[in-house]
Design a protein around this ligand. Sequence first.
Ligand SMILES: CCCC(=O)OP(=O)(O)O
Length: 304
Amino acid sequence: MRNFEEVIKFAKERGPKTISVACAQDKEVLMAVEMARKEGIANAILVGDLEKIKDIANEINIDLNNYELIEEKDLALACKKAVELVSTKKAHMVMKGLVDTSIILKAVLDKEIGLRTGNVLSHVAVFDLPGYNRLFFVTDAAMNLDPDLQTKKQIIENACQIAHALDINEPKVAVICAKEKVNPKMPDTVDAKELEKMNQRGEIKGCIVGGPFALDNAVSVEAAKHKGINHPVAGMADILLAPDIEAGNILYKSMVFFGNSKNAGVIVGAKAPVILTSRADNEETKLNSIALGVLTAAKINDNN
Ligand SMILES: CCCC(=O)OP(=O)(O)O
């Protein structure tokens, strides 16, 4: 798939799935959920402050009779309830509404009602950027603070799972750093080279990994040529692995706010997808993320 029109089209074919929305009292979230319902992509159970949900629904003409509603004003309890709906199989996936990422992640990681599998959980953002004829994947903007080498390996594997769900069979993974040369004083460049070697040894499968790359020579063939870099990933990256959450989150938000991109986001590695965007993302991003969640859930289902 090369753009979100194709992602939405395939999600319609694999839907509808049921999502539980944690803290659904948000206009953009409700608009996205309503579009997803009308398109046959997903139905939703709305968990949150029902008074606020009803006010917003009135304002934007959404008929709440089409939804199951669960009252829970407390943000942490609403997240727990929404996650529990997935672990008890009443919903296929959970979606972050108007709530801080750390609160919903705490519920997702809860030992009793959470969605842990033993795998590393990581966030994968998908971008459709003007001027590029392919989707870009950025990881991890939201979950792993300062991943070590083994965690980075699993973050790559999680991102590849999403790329494969979008029919990108052998994605090119660029491990991005501040520069394209290994410098022992910059441990992320050392990790990048080690991840490339792990891929060459067959320890990371289903993709081609290269690194370290600076962002320019990861995404621009001209920049790579200019700097004399010759590597199958150079300028051709599909997946950009950021060194830590600071770089990942800043890259995510710069693409959104400066790059005029379309995007979507989901957490992978749990028993079910967690649809996770920024609270500040628009309704189109939230709809794209629901579609991405549906395709991810379908892929998890196909693999089991
Ligand atoms: C994927 C971005 C996660 C994030 O930064 O969320 P908020 O902007 O809602 O804090």
